[in-house]
Design a protein around this ligand. Structure first.
Ligand code: UDP
Ligand code: MG
Length: 569
């Protein structure tokens, strides 16, 4: 672009089919930001891309492009959606997609693909045959914007848990195994199959000598039918083969797979749309594959003060048992002002005063929960809105199970839509900068390992330099400790040699970095947080490897002190 310093362009611009086809000839990995003309390419990911390009700069293996969906026929299915989509092209094939600006996932995918390409280039690995993504257009006469997303990344399978396993009460165990292998169970139903259903579903087995006995066996009791999906975006796709233990322990299906032992029926929407939908319709007449949303999603959960005080461990365990991951957490004492802001749509309701009183009565635990379809699933688990309704209509729901005696307000909150979730997450976990530092002795001995930990935790390193702190800087960092017995020693230690000083950027960065550092005293860290940086690299309570700002305010001051004006994009 004119006027600017000469800088190699990060992303190639693709606006025609011809340019798209040319891009496919690029060697290595190309990460393509598919955008709509009306909103333009995604700016938020550029610093991540720049960083990755730096990390992988040696062999010209990684390239970036932006492609305008409106003017490229191949990208037609991406038109009219508002969510950013990133496609990953390796060796000329589009093999993966990530929807939304999911920086950790994008970063992980890129790293995997680059490493794989390098292995192949070095002759250490053979190129495996990969399925190319096919972008299907959703054919629906009154398509809404939502439905116009390509579905090709979701593959359905139908699995059957046979009568003997059902009888022996092994259904949950088997489902757990399936989930453990990275699949999602989208629907499950206990059913007596009809003879006709069995014959159709097991058509491939019909020539086997014992088929008639098998049909009788299948008719002997109820089966569990599962609609199972796997997601392209989740990286390596596990195969049913991995579940291929003794066949009694896994659901059964016709042998469409070449592997003789494979016992599950893979109905892959990519090459067999009819089969998948036929079988789904066959067993789940009300299952709407289009509506079922399989993206890994985030939602906001609040555990209100009373529940947190009384049953903290129990509720956290329950959340994990239900397949959610806690991506971020924060315990905060909400002020009246924050409560009013967060619940601004509720301030006029009769229940607001009680809610306000509850919310400000003690610390609240704020969680960012992730899993596929997290928003809807968390809400489903919570149950009806009020404790009263929950107890009456769905006593199994979390709001009923975790009601606190004599407290009329339900103790759990969940975002109501993905859009709300995004807003609420931003409210509690805004993008932040923090100042992080690898202290002089650790900078000499463990720099690379610690930097790796920073990257793995998904921080963006917005600024970095190696520099010995001046007395003044050290005194600024540790202003709160002035006068304490260890202050002099601390300042001397911090100025003894070069430190690695960084601005780290992430949602909730201040707290996230402190969590990753671990407790000040490495003995405590080893005891309670063995994975933390201090547990692994600190020598003692003074030489404890890393520093991190303790509040946002401190962070901003320290960043200014070390890097001058805060001009981070
Ligand atoms: N420190 C020390 N002795 C102490 C407490 C702290 O030498 O009893 C040093 C240690 O290097 C620590 C720094 O002072 O990292 C700042 O202390 P603070 O309590 O702020 O810990 P941090 O925020 O680094 O975890
Ligand atoms: Mg401190």
């Amino acid at each position: 672009m004119a006027g600017k310093k000469k800088e190699v362009q990060l992303q190639t611009t693709i606006t025609t089919q011809k340019q798209w086809d040319e891009m496919l000839l690029t060697k290595g990995v190309v990460v393509i930001d598919v955008y709509q003309a009306w909103c333009g390419p995604c700016k938020a990911v550029r610093s991540l891309f720049r960083k990755l390009q730096n990390d992988f700069s040696e062999d010209d293996v990684l390239h970036f492009a932006v492609a305008e969906a409106d003017s490229i026929p191949t990208l037609q299915p991406f038109r009219n959606t508002c969510e950013p989509a990133f496609l990953f092209c390796a060796n000329g094939k589009i093999i993966a997609i990530v929807r939304g600006v999911n920086a950790p996932l994008i970063s992980k995918k890129i790293t995997e693909l680059v490493q794989e390409e390098r292995e192949i280039a070095a002759g250490r690995k053979e190129r495996t045959k990969v399925d190319e993504l096919v972008f299907l257009e959703v054919k629906s006469s009154e398509e809404s914007v939502e439905e116009n997303i390509p579905e090709a990344t979701v593959r359905y399978s139908v699995g059957i848990i046979k009568p003997d396993d059902v009888l022996e009460g092994r259904v949950e165990e088997i489902k757990q195994k399936i989930r453990g292998a990275g699949f999602h169970i989208e629907a499950a139903e206990e059913k007596m199959l009809t003879e006709e259903q069995i014959r159709v579903f097991y058509a491939q087995k019909k020539d086997q000598p014992d088929f008639e006995d098998f049909v009788q066996f299948m008719l002997s009791g109820p089966c569990h039918i599962l609609a199972i999906t796997k997601e392209e975006a989740s990286g390596a796709i596990p195969h049913w083969k991995e579940l291929d233990e003794p066949s009694e322990s896994v659901p059964d299906g016709p042998e469409r797979l070449k592997e003789a032992e494979s016992i599950l029926n893979i109905c892959d929407v990519q090459d067999s749309i009819e089969d998948a939908s036929r079988q789904l319709a066959f067993f789940f007449p009300n299952f709407d594959a289009k509506k079922a949303d399989h993206k890994v999603e985030r939602t906001l959960a609040l555990i209100r003060p009373c529940l947190l005080k009384e049953r903290r461990n129990s509720i956290i365990q329950r959340i994990k048992d239900d397949g959610f991951e806690i991506a971020m957490q924060k315990e905060i004492m909400l002020t009246e002002e924050q409560t009013r802001e967060f619940y601004k749509e509720h301030v006029d309701q009769d229940y607001f005063p009680v809610l306000l009183e509850q919310m400000t009565s003690g610390p609240t635990l704020v969680l960012a929960l992730t899993r596929e379809n997290a928003v809807a699933r968390w809400r489903d688990l919570l149950g009806p809105k009020t404790v009263e309704e929950a107890k009456m209509e769905n006593p199994e729901s979390l709001r009923a199970v975790y009601a606190v005696e004599n407290v009329p307000i339900s103790q759990l909150h969940g975002s109501s839509t993905p859009h709300e979730a995004q807003k609420e997450l931003q409210f509690f976990f805004p993008q932040e900068h923090t100042l992080a530092l690898i202290k002089p002795d650790a900078a000499r001995e463990h720099k690379d390992e610690i930097m790796q930990r920073v990257k793995d935790a998904g921080f963006t390193i917005s600024k970095i330099k190696e520099q010995a702190l001046t007395h003044e800087m050290a005194a600024q960092f540790y202003k709160d400790h002035e006068g304490k017995p260890f202050f002099e020693q601390l300042v001397n230690y911090m100025t003894e040699g070069p430190s690695v000083v960084m601005v780290l950027t992430k949602e909730n960065a201040v707290e996230e970095w402190r969590n990753l550092m671990g407790p000040t005293d490495p003995e405590v860290a080893k005891e309670n947080f063995p994975e933390s940086i201090r547990a692994q690299f600190a020598q003692d309570i003074l030489s404890n490897a890393v520093h991190g700002s303790s509040t946002q305010e401190h962070a901003l001051k320290s960043i200014e002190c070390v890097f001058g004006e805060l001009d981070i994009d």
